[in-house]
Design a binder for this molecule. Sequence first.
Ligand SMILES: Cc1cc2nc3c(=O)[nH]c(=O)nc-3n(C[C@H](O)[C@H](O)[C@H](O)COP(=O)(O)OP(=O)(O)OC[C@H]3O[C@@H](n4cnc5c(N)ncnc54)[C@H](O)[C@@H]3O)c2cc1C
Length: 309
Amino acid sequence: MTDTLYDAIIVGGGPAGLNAALYLGRSCRKVALIDSGDPRNLAAGVMHNMITNDGVTVEEFRRRSRADLEPYDVTCFEDVVDTTTPAADRITVTTSDSGTLHGRTLLWAAGVRSRLPEIPGLPELWGKQVFECPYCHAWEVRGKSFGVFGGEVPSECLAATLTTWSPSVTYLTGARQLPDDEAGRLRAAGIPSVTDKVLGVRADPEGVAVSLADGSSRTFGALFLHMDTEPRIGPLRDWLGAQDLESVQIDERGRTRHPRLYVAGDLGKNMQQATMAAASGGLAGMAINSDLVREDRPGSLYDLPAVPE
Ligand SMILES: Cc1cc2nc3c(=O)[nH]c(=O)nc-3n(C[C@H](O)[C@H](O)[C@H](O)COP(=O)(O)OP(=O)(O)OC[C@H]3O[C@@H](n4cnc5c(N)ncnc54)[C@H](O)[C@@H]3O)c2cc1C
C-alpha cells in the first residue's frame, strides 16, 4: 500500500501505454505504468510497420521504450492489476504484488486477446506461419501460396486483400455454407475455395500443411485468418457498465463516459496496429494532462463538449 497519488495510472505497457507514459512523463506528471508482460503480439516476436524500427523485436521495442521513460517521473511496475475502484476524485488500483495504488486518472491500455479457433496445431504456428494482419506479415511470405481460413469468422475481404502479395490465394470455408455476398466477393477476386472441414494444421518445409476431412492435405506458404478478440478489461467489469471500452469511449483522445477513465490502443476505437496504438496513447496522454489542468485551474481551458446521451 502506498499513499502516493499518481497523476495517472497506466495499465498496459504495450505501444499504447508506453507512449502515453512518455507524453505524461514529459508533461511533468507523476505516472505509474503497470504491465504484466504478455502483449498481444508476443507470438510474432517482431514488429513491422514501425518507422525507424521496422522488424524490431517485441522485447527490444519494449526495452527501448522503457529506457526512454527513465528521465521522467514514471515508475514502472511489472505486475498484474487485479481490481480497480473509482471514487469521487481518484481511482484505486490493486495489484498482485505491488499493493494498492491511487491515481487521479486511469488509462486502460491493456489490449485484447486474439481468440484462435480450435484447430489442432494452430496455436503452435500462430505468429510464425499463421497470421491475421497482411500489413504486418505478408511481405515476408510474398509470392508464396496463401491459404485463408474463413471457417469461423468470414475472411473473404482478407483473402481479396492478400492478392496484393500473392497470385495464389485459396479460401478454406471449413465446410461452412457461404452466404451470397461472401461467395460473390470471392468470385470477384478470382479466389478458389476448398470446402472440406479443416481437421488440423502442422508445420511443413513449404510453410503450413492443412489436413482436410476428405483425408487429403493442402500445403501453403502461409495461412491467414480473421478471428474474434476478447477485451482485457476484467478488472474494470464491476463498475464499467459495458461489455467493452470502445462503446464508452466518447472522443478520439480516449476519454470515456466515466470521468477519470481513459482508453488507448487496441481496446479503443483504433485500427489495431502498433503505431496506431502508440498514437492513441499519445492522444490520451494529452487528454489526461489537459483534463488535470482543467481540474486544477477551473475555467482556464475551453469546456469539453457535453457527453452525448
Ligand atoms: C501475432 C500478432 C502480430 C502482430 N504484428 C504486428 C506488427 O508487426 N505491426 C503492428 O503494427 N501491429 C502488429 N500487431 C498488432 C499489435 O500487436 C497491436 O495493435 C498492439 O500490440 C496494440 O498495442 P496495445 O498497447 O493496445 O496492447 P498490447 O501490445 O497487447 O499491450 C497490452 C499490455 O497490457 C498488459 N496487461 C493486460 N492486462 C493487464 C493487467 N490486468 N495488469 C497489468 N498489465 C496488463 C499486457 O501484459 C500487455 O503488455 C500484431 C498482432 C498480433 C496478434
